[in-house]
Design a binder for this molecule. Structure first.
Ligand code: PMV
Length: 310
């Protein structure tokens, strides 16, 4: 008897090059997909279910199960048992929850007999992301579902997800992602910033608007193949994130380390806070990863856009 091959789908992680946080307030962000992400596997089962490792806490299990159930319901609960295989560091700003949501969305759609288009996968993943984050901007799962470098924007408070425009790069766009310690959950950092901006709205809106302009300038720089201009926008963005109270000594130290190793630009990526991930733009990232790894830094390189060596 022929054995049925299990379904297998992938959701990419993401790295925000410019515009995190201000994207929550309606300004554009420039965000690219990582080559690492989360893989979902499915086998036929009596009912639609998510199988989770026993190592997860009760709270984590109920969050994941709830998000999965929400998406499953939207596609008629196909009879499949899903397991997850993350190949991405979790909860550090690399979009692991969006990657997981996109992988699950694609798998559920396939199990329901539909070929998942990026748009359909994004729609279903959005339902899961809302469960995870409350009020996400949608930049993470949109980038993950489309697997393209996007200039993404969503009107604040809009009922639906925002829109991403593909940004083409004539040059390979390569980054090093390095981890700088543990951090608080995105929700905590986002709501602390919301409280500050509610108290001093004009001052904070000014900074958000400046960051939004950097994202647009960065997208233009990418399209023009001007990596130095993109790097400079990233450095200025880091200064503004620090002004918004989103950086910290471990993040700053890693930013300066990457700049010292020749990054064209380096900044925190994702929600930031007391730690998390830092992204550096490099023409040749491989030797940097070797050097940092030797020094005990958890890091990897990835190409976000542009022509790939065959
Ligand atoms: O740290 P992450 O991967 O959760 O990134 C969140 C990006 C924010 O702009 C801070 C929040 C959002 O919803 O866009």
């Amino acid at each position: 008897m022929a054995t049925e091959s299990p379904l297998s789908t992938f959701g990419a992680g993401k790295v925000i090059l410019l515009g995190e946080h201000s994207v929550v307030y309606g300004h554009p962000a420039l965000c690219g997909p990582l080559s690492y992400g989360v893989r979902a596997r499915g086998v036929p089962a009596k009912k639609c279910q998510l199988s989770l490792p026993a190592t997860l806490s009760r709270a984590q299990r109920s969050l994941l199960t709830g998000a999965f159930a929400r998406a499953a319901k939207l596609v008629g609960e196909p009879a499949v048992k899903v397991t997850l295989d993350p190949e991405l560091p979790l909860s550090v700003g690399l979009g692991s929850s969006a990657a997981l949501s996109v992988a699950c969305a694609r798998l559920l759609l396939r199990a329901a007999g539909q070929e998942p288009s990026p748009k359909e996968a994004a729609r279903l993943a959005w339902a899961m992301e809302q469960e995870f984050h409350g009020t996400p901007s949608g930049v993470d799962h949109t980038t993950s579902a489309h697997e393209r470098l996007l200039l993404y924007r969503r009107a604040p408070g809009a009922a639906s997800v925002g829109k991403g425009r593909t940004v083409d790069s004539p040059k390979p766009l390569k980054v090093v992602v390095a981890l700088a310690g543990e951090r608080s959950p995105t929700k905590v950092t986002v709501s602390a910033l919301r409280a500050r901006q509610a108290r001093w709205p004009e001052r904070y809106q000014r900074l958000f608007a400046q960051i939004g302009r950097l994202s647009m300038e960065g997208a233009k720089a990418v399209e023009a193949g001007d990596l130095e201009a993109l790097g400079d926008a990233m450095n200025v963005n880091q200064g503004l994130l620090s002004a918004l109270g989103l950086s910290s000594p471990p993040l700053e130290e890693m930013v300066y380390r990457l700049r010292g190793l020749g990054a064209l630009g380096a900044k925190l990526t994702g929600a930031g806070g007391d730690g998390g991930a830092v992204v550096g733009l490099f023409v040749e990232p491989e030797s940097v990863v070797t050097q940092l790894t030797r020094l005990g830094v958890r890091c990897f390189s990835s190409q976000l856009a542009g022509p790939r060596a065959s």
